[in-house]
Ligand binder design. Structure first.
Ligand SMILES: [Mg+2]
Length: 236
């Protein structure tokens, strides 16, 4: 009896695990929405934490972190404030009005490492099988850096070749995890959420996507393992 109960418990557990994102669902997937930072492109929050600290920002762990941060970053990511207003905000918090634009931009951009491995090729491969989209919480200063980097290192001007459409939060007035930003992507592209999977390395963004009815995968490996991750989840 105890054995039967244990078997039943295991079966229920397996079912719950599989139903979260089982093979059956994977076969229905026609569209993939990718996050950018630490899914395709490597970023390191600690670098910017250290750089901001060196500029004079106190309590940098509370001011800027992966899971939660000062309102100024949310405002910058939703395009509610301009780069000039963002820099002034940093000067104010650091209590150093003499900081130059370049000093602030260098500190802010120091988290940007680059596209991992052969992820551009991986994206082209994925695009042969699925309708693909990018949905990135971003901001004007990082965006400009990334576009200059793509031009310099890869010779292209945007992500048009890699995605059907690329969304950057600062152009939408919203940011993840607001379910409305996911609903906007679904609606504008006529996507069925049941046929769509969203991949992000931030658990809070995954929660927002679930509220919009999307299938989700939490990226829990380094972005240089993106292809392996997609193969492991039977998307490639
Ligand atoms: Mg990310």
């Amino acid at each position: 009896m105890a054995h039967q109960k244990r078997m039943l418990f295991l079966r229920v557990q397996c079912y719950i695990f599989a139903s979260n994102f089982g093979n059956t669902q994977m076969e229905k997937i026609k569209n993939i929405i990718f996050d950018y930072g630490n899914v395709i492109f490597a970023i390191d929050f600690l670098r910017t934490q250290n750089a901001l600290s060196q500029l004079g920002i106190p309590n940098v762990n509370e001011f800027f972190a992966h899971k939660g941060h000062n309102q100024i970053f949310d405002d910058f990511e939703t395009g509610s404030i301009s780069p000039a207003q963002f820099r002034d905000g940093i000067r104010k918090v650091a209590d150093k009005l003499e900081l130059t634009d370049e000093q602030i931009d260098d500190a802010w951009n120091s988290l940007l490492i680059g596209v991992s491995g052969n992820n551009h090729d991986v994206l082209l491969e994925v695009k042969q099988k699925y309708r693909t989209f990018l949905l990135s919480n971003n901001n004007k200063i990082h965006y400009d850096w990334i576009i200059a980097y793509l031009q310099k290192d890869f010779g292209f001007n945007n992500y048009d070749d890699f995605f059907e459409r690329a969304y950057f939060s600062q152009d939408t007035t919203m940011r993840k995890p607001n379910p409305a930003i996911f609903e906007m992507v679904l609606k504008e592209n006529n996507l069925n959420p049941e046929e769509t999977v969203f991949i992000d390395d931030s658990p809070q963004h995954i929660e927002g996507a679930k509220k919009a009815g999307l299938n989700t995968l939490l990226m829990d490996v380094h972005p240089e393992k993106l292809r392996d991750f997609l193969v492991h989840h039977k998307l490639l």
